[in-house]
Design a protein around this ligand. Structure first.
Ligand SMILES: Cc1cc2nc3c(=O)[nH]c(=O)nc-3n(C[C@H](O)[C@H](O)[C@H](O)COP(=O)(O)O)c2cc1C
Length: 150
């Protein structure tokens, strides 16, 4: 059975919420899922994964969450060739229009250094996921699974 691993950081719960939606979306497709908080894992977390997912909010005018800083820097040095990656971000485009979901973009750039294949476009969500966002996340998970199979 294919293994999807999700690592997330959250302050007020929005990103944890999208990580839960993704976990269910992968399970519904018959995958095994391991979902962990950034604080609890190192950058070798994805070593045994088929699908690697980062879910992150953005902080402080375009910055990574503090919990993700080391993980992000070390991720670039991992060899994840043969795996599929996807990034989902939450942010606030009204309060931070010039930096909306920048941390998600930073993770996409880091993944590109690892040799992993991008399985779907990065999903950017306005604060807490609503029903439309949940559908977007389900599509995102489906595309990742299809990319991993293909
Ligand atoms: C101090 C502060 C700075 C923030 N900076 C940004 C930012 O630069 N870009 C952005 O898109 N969102 C920014 N946000 C919004 C959060 O990323 C957004 O509310 C997110 O959904 C929070 O996720 P969480 O509930 O998982 O903690 C900021 C929020 C706070 C409190």
């Amino acid at each position: 059975m294919a293994l999807a691993k999700i690592v997330y950081a959250t302050m007020t719960g929005n990103t944890e919420g999208i990580s839960e939606i993704l976990e269910k979306a992968f399970e519904d497709q018959g995958l095994e899922v391991d979902r962990e908080e950034a604080d609890d894992v190192d950058s070798d977390f994805f070593e045994d994964a088929d699908i690697c997912v980062v879910a992150t909010y953005t902080y402080d005018d375009g910055e990574l969450p503090f919990d993700f800083e080391d993980f992000h820097d070390d991720l670039e040095d991992e060899d994840l060739s043969g795996k599929v990656f996807g990034v989902a971000g939450t942010g606030d485009s009204e309060l931070y229009p010039d930096y909306f979901c920048f941390a998600a973009d930073k993770f996409e750039a880091a993944f590109k250094e690892t040799g992993a294949k991008k399985g779907s476009d990065t999903v950017k969500i306005e604060n807490e996921a609503d029903d439309d966002d949940a559908k977007k996340l389900q599509r995102f998970a489906k595309e990742l699974v299809a990319a991993a199979q293909g």
